[in-house]
Design a protein around this ligand. Structure first.
Ligand SMILES: Cc1cc2nc3c(=O)[nH]c(=O)nc-3n(C[C@H](O)[C@H](O)[C@H](O)COP(=O)(O)O)c2cc1C
Length: 323
């Protein structure tokens, strides 16, 4: 995949429970080179377990969205990849980085870094199943004694993987400490396909430093976009000359959050939607510096109507002063 096809090379990270269709859509609207779905368990997707397919749901045109698959069985992951392609996925991303015990216990996610031969079988199965590009997301290695990302991803590239994202931590680090961007450099040096640096990149200055230290072709942003769906566009403008986003403030922010909330309720249904949307509301309020008592009130509200009524005070300084 030519680098310039992901332009700007500032990508939204897959995050389970977070990068659903409403959030991907919002981030894409501000501007992103690519947005990635939540991790989807392959067998569950093929067997239509409740709630699994929704995670892969794409806009009608599939614009810009990759679907990330996790799995351990070449048959199921290939089937799920075919299905995601048919649903309009622009890219199939294979998860080899998830450190969660539930996933690693099933010997998928980052556990695959310890079994490169098996990992290759999965990659070959997916590459053989679809005609859209296949990409890989992984970590530096299992632990500090075994940084095998360069060797593993080199083999993945030879098997047809067209882009690799490295989260600059090991599996055993989970999310502790700080991502080691320089440790991604050997991967960038070993591969001909684009390497994307990930981990703890929030600001344009972080992105510049991460690119310089890693030699990567682009950056992937996860938690930095929580409560700030415009943050990828901010980085794209600073580093790649993309149009600078208008960062919503005051009533524009209230409108944006209300729209995000409404779209989550439409996507998940009223009851589940109100619950799933709370974490996003919390992040927006963290950014806005909402007073603790008001924050609590918003987060325990059981109806969309009440949330909507409180948002003005919670997010807009004007509303707060007038209260
Ligand atoms: C809540 C949460 C869920 C995540 N889910 C996934 C996932 O489904 N697939 C994946 O490859 N990585 C997942 N990640 C890891 C992120 O994609 C990313 O690699 C990590 O958060 C580091 O980037 P950041 O510092 O920009 O957030 C998740 C991270 C978080 C915090």
């Amino acid at each position: 995949m030519a680098e310039n096809r992901l332009s700007p090379p500032v990508l939204l990270a897959p995050m389970a429970g977070i990068t659903d269709l409403p959030f991907r859509r919002l981030v894409a609207r501000f501007g992103a080179g690519l947005v990635v779905s939540e991790m989807i368990a392959s067998q569950e997707m093929v067997q239509e377990r409740r709630g699994t397919r929704e995670k892969a749901e794409l806009d009608a045109d599939g614009a810009g969205s990759a679907v990330q698959l996790a799995g351990r069985d070449p048959h199921w992951i290939a089937e799920a990849a075919r299905m995601a392609e048919a649903m309009g996925a622009r890219i199939i991303d294979i998860n080899m980085g998830c450190p969660a015990k539930k996933v690693v216990g099933g010997m998928s996610g980052s556990a695959l870094m310890r079994e490169p031969d098996h990992a290759l079988r999965l990659i070959e199965a997916v590459v053989g199943a679809v005609s859209v590009p296949v990409t890989l997301k992984t970590r530096l290695g299992w632990d500090d004694t075994n940084h095998n990302a360069a060797a593993l991803t080199r083999r993945a590239q030879d098997a047809g993987v067209q882009m690799v994202t490295i989260h600059g931590r090991t599996r055993c680090q989970f999310y502790k400490g700080h991502a080691d961007w320089a440790a991604i450099a050997p991967v960038s040096a070993a591969l001909d396909v684009p390497v994307i640096a990930n981990g703890d990149i929030v600001t344009p200055s972080d992105a510049r430093t991460a690119l310089a230290k890693s030699g990567a072709a682009g950056v992937m942003i996860g938690r930095g976009a929580q409560g700030r769906p415009w943050q990828l566009a901010v980085i794209s403008a600073a580093l790649y000359g993309a149009p600078a986003p208008k960062i919503p403030q005051g009533s524009a922010l209230v409108d944006l959050v209300a729209e995000h909330h409404d779209s989550m309720l439409a996507f998940y249904g009223q009851d589940l939607g109100v619950r799933v949307a709370r974490k996003h509301l919390g992040w927006y309020m963290d950014q806005a510096g909402t007073p603790a008592a008001l924050r609590r009130e918003v987060l325990v509200a059981k109806s969309a109507k009440v949330v909507r009524m409180l948002l003005n005070d919670a997010l807009s300084d004007v509303g707060r002063c007038a209260a």
